[in-house]
Design a protein. Structure first.
Length: 460
């Protein structure tokens, strides 16, 4: 029987408990449902995966509730499905007035769960869905009973795939421990399947266990060396370990296996950035954008590559595009503010730093940028206040102490300034040399570097 999914489930996250139960029961009964939490693996581009799921399925369950009726995502999903000629199956999860339900969902295919016996409603739904697999309780990602181990030397690929899906759901929920257990269970049930090793490696990467992640990626490669995601994620792990040549080789292999893999181009660009090869980084980011031009992150990152090349107009254009796509994108506001500050557009820079802080009151680098501007404007008390906030938020960041030292030194608080500057030097010896710190100081560099020289002279 076919493993192709047939039945897409569109829902509001507020109804996720019911939806997970429904998915498990449908799967155990032989339906091949598709649900984002279970069927989108970590590392996938969410919107693309949703569209692929809709394209692959013939039947679309719309779980109707007050929350789902208000959800733009649910509306987008069933409207797209309807335009593609899919069969829409409204499932009434909550009691609703008929006028609350969108006109095009008033069909004879309603299945009502609200106020009804769950099992009777489930059977009614099964009668209108395609059954394309053998009924098997072990096929459910969260089975009602433990799945026994297969006989020695055998595997249970159905149960292993189900455990893998459970791992996906736990990963998306942020429960990394639960994801680790589920992927490990998938490996127990089918040790020769590569996918669970790949995703267990991703969990270990997310937990900062980079060497263990590499071991799992290598085990996956031994089982199947044709998985682009494997090489992309192993490359990201090498990048975290500053193993740049290995990272670059893995990204190239991911691209060779899938020339349309936007994330691999994006991550390859990150490796080029770490190598200081900014022009190559820009080119690789542009290749990612040719494949997917809807991700604010891609524009923001390419903007950083332009900024590193001092191509400030191009950088601003990319940060602006990122903000058009995501108007609450704090990082893009912060990066745009840095460009404005470096190019003398001080009022615009301050406005953007203020936006960042409004969106993320614990964004230390925004306070640092604003502190530098206040210093250059001669407003030393406000510069010191923002720098103190940086120190409070990130006590291990050298820049906060240096900025506070500069502000306090200029307002005559020499002892406090020297104490802070000593701490900055302790955290990063680069502050021993005015020339070495020049790249950090971009708003009024002549004034800032002279202040550093004066502080160093006072220390002597």
């Amino acid at each position: 029987m076919s493993e192709q999914p047939t039945t897409f489930i569109s829902y509001s996250r507020r109804n996720v408990t019911f939806v997970r139960r429904l998915y498990n029961d449908l799967t155990a009964a032989g339906v091949r449902p598709w649900l984002d939490l279970y069927d989108i693996p970590p590392g996938a581009i969410w919107d693309d995966a949703i569209q692929q799921g809709l394209d692959r399925c013939t039947h679309i369950i719309i779980v109707l509730s007050a929350a789902s009726i208000q959800s733009r995502t649910v509306h987008a999903e069933w409207n797209y499905a309807d335009s593609m000629g899919k069969q829409l199956l409204p499932v009434i999860f909550e009691e609703l007035e008929p006028r609350e339900i969108p006109f095009r969902l008033h069909t004879p295919n309603w299945v009502v769960f609200a106020g009804r016996d769950y099992q009777q409603s489930l059977q009614a739904l099964l009668r209108v869905l395609p059954i394309t697999a053998e009924p098997n309780p072990s096929a459910a990602p969260e089975p009602t009973a433990p799945v026994p181990a297969p006989p020695a030397g055998k595997s249970d690929p159905v149960a292993a795939a189900a455990a893998w899906k459970h791992g996906n759901a736990e990963f998306h929920d942020g429960n990394l421990g639960g994801a680790m257990r589920a992927y490990t269970e998938s490996i127990r049930l089918a040790p020769d399947r590569a996918e669970a090793y790949v995703h267990r490696g991703m969990v270990q990467y997310s937990q900062g266990q980079h060497e263990d992640a590499l071991k799992d990626f290598n085990l996956a490669e031994q089982r199947d060396d044709s998985i682009p995601l494997l090489y992309n994620n192993r490359g990201v792990t090498h990048l975290a370990l500053k193993q740049l040549a290995q990272a670059l080789a893995d990204f190239e292999q991911a691209i060779a296996l899938n020339t349309g893999y936007a994330n691999a181009y994006y991550n390859r660009a990150g490796a080029f950035m770490a190598m200081g090869r900014y022009r190559l980084a820009t080119h690789s980011y542009s290749q990612a954008l040719q494949i997917n031009d809807r991700l604010p992150l891609f524009y923001n990152s390419r903007g950083l590559s332009y900024a590193a090349r001092q191509a400030y107009d191009a950088a601003l254009a990319d940060f602006n595009r990122a903000l058009e796509l995501k108007d609450d994108y704090a990082e893009a506001y912060g990066n745009r503010a840095n460009i404005y500050a470096s190019t003398g557009h001080i009022d615009a820079a301050l406005a953007d730093y203020d936006r960042v802080i409004a969106l993320d009151p614990e964004h230390a680098l925004a306070y640092a940028g604003r502190s530098e501007i206040h210093f250059c404007q001669g407003d030393y008390p406000r510069a010191a206040l923002d720098a103190s906030t940086v120190v409070g938020l990130r006590p291990g960041f050298h820049g906060g102490y240096a900025l506070r030292a500069m502000a306090n030194f200029r307002r005559g608080q020499q002892l406090e300034a020297l104490r802070d500057y000593a701490r900055a030097v302790e955290l990063d010896p680069v502050w021993r040399s005015p020339d070495a710190v020049a790249p950090y100081l971009t708003v009024c560099p002549a004034n800032e570097i002279q202040t550093i020289r004066d502080i160093l002279a006072a220390r002597r």
